[in-house]
Design a protein around this ligand. Sequence first.
Ligand code: SF4
Length: 446
Amino acid sequence: MTSTLTRLPRPYQSYVYAYPHKTAYRPLAPRPTLHEVWAGEPRDPLSLYLHIPFCEIRCGFCNLFTRVGAPGDLTTRYLDALTRQAETVRACLGTEHSPRFANAAFGGGTPTFLEAGELIRLCDIAERVMGADLDAIGFSVETSPATATTDRLAVLAGRGATRISLGVQSFDENESRAAVRPQRRADVETALARIRDTAVDVLNIDLIYGIDGQTPASWRYSLDAALAWQPEEIYLYPLYVRPLTGLSRRDRAAADLAWDEQRLRLYREGRDHLLTQGYEQQSMRMFRRIDAPAPGPDDYSCQTDGMIGLGCGARSYTRNLHYSFDYAVSAQEVRAIIDSYTATTDFDRAVVGRAIDADEARRRHLLQSILQADGLPVADYRARFGTEPHTDFPVELARLAERGWLADTGPARLRLSPEGLAYSDAIGPEFFSTAVRAAMAEYELR
Ligand code: SF4
């Protein structure tokens, strides 16, 4: 086992949920106005994302942009700023070609950290200010066991939520403590029951493998506890130990082959178990119940269409620019950025971001397709760019083929093999451009 791993790249290098990563963003000089940024951009369809950067605890594995607690009237001031930002963005999009939103999501942090009345405000910002018809398009929201209260869930269900995602991570209380996310199993079960009571279409449960002390038996225990709820979706996340997070302060060698082996073994066991329990694999992390309701009419394509992100940790995407606000992980820096956001009165310019040229657009399109179990329809790539993926990425794709990471799907589709999917977090970084790699390497994490 070890000898095989030493010939291959390390399997857990980088979770490519968006390309380029925020650590490749830089302050924009000059700062373009949003009117300029969105001029000529298609607005039909767009995706809408609202970011709530508050959590009741800071999990040891988490490097998302969030802070613990919200003293005083901070959530009110945050929603005030979110309203100002939404009004400005909506005005900058103009009235001639009104945006049409095909999907929406509330993420974080923990959106349900907000109380019921504040969640009503959040929905109003999406609907009344941005013009997203939440009831028609549905929306996804992330929650946690402690904040999934009946009144908050009722607001979300009443406003049209179609997917509620609960970060459980482990049903074993010792493992939860080891991942620095202490929680009682009984509280998790109560939250799951409350979510099921809302009758929202899709319940997603997040689980983590690779926790200290986790064994194949305890992993199966968590998987079966999740399966007992027959969630429409299950995400299996490998544990990462990231700089500046709670776990990174522990004395653990990151370059730990034994840990890689543990995670690969648990991944395979988890995947195989879910496949025998009526789930199909959508990506390395995502599994969907075969008989789950279809994910609704969605004509939005994450490879090509734009996104409006609101809130101080949200990104926005046009064809030529990805932009956001400043990014940090440490508690002190995150607090400073949130304070600066809540004091902002003028949201009409993009502050931090990265230009997307034709080469980066190709890389992004390929990454966002090939890391899905369905893979990349070559005709889509050809129609968008006028070139062939094998011509644009000869070395990278030959390497995948040599390692047995490409499925034999013929020339019409590029798809990862099951082993390729297992190594998704090693494959993603191989398609990063030299410039993005350099920017990420130079970035000083705060
Ligand atoms: S994992 Fe979720 S609940 Fe935990 S700190 Fe990160 S955003 Fe908050």
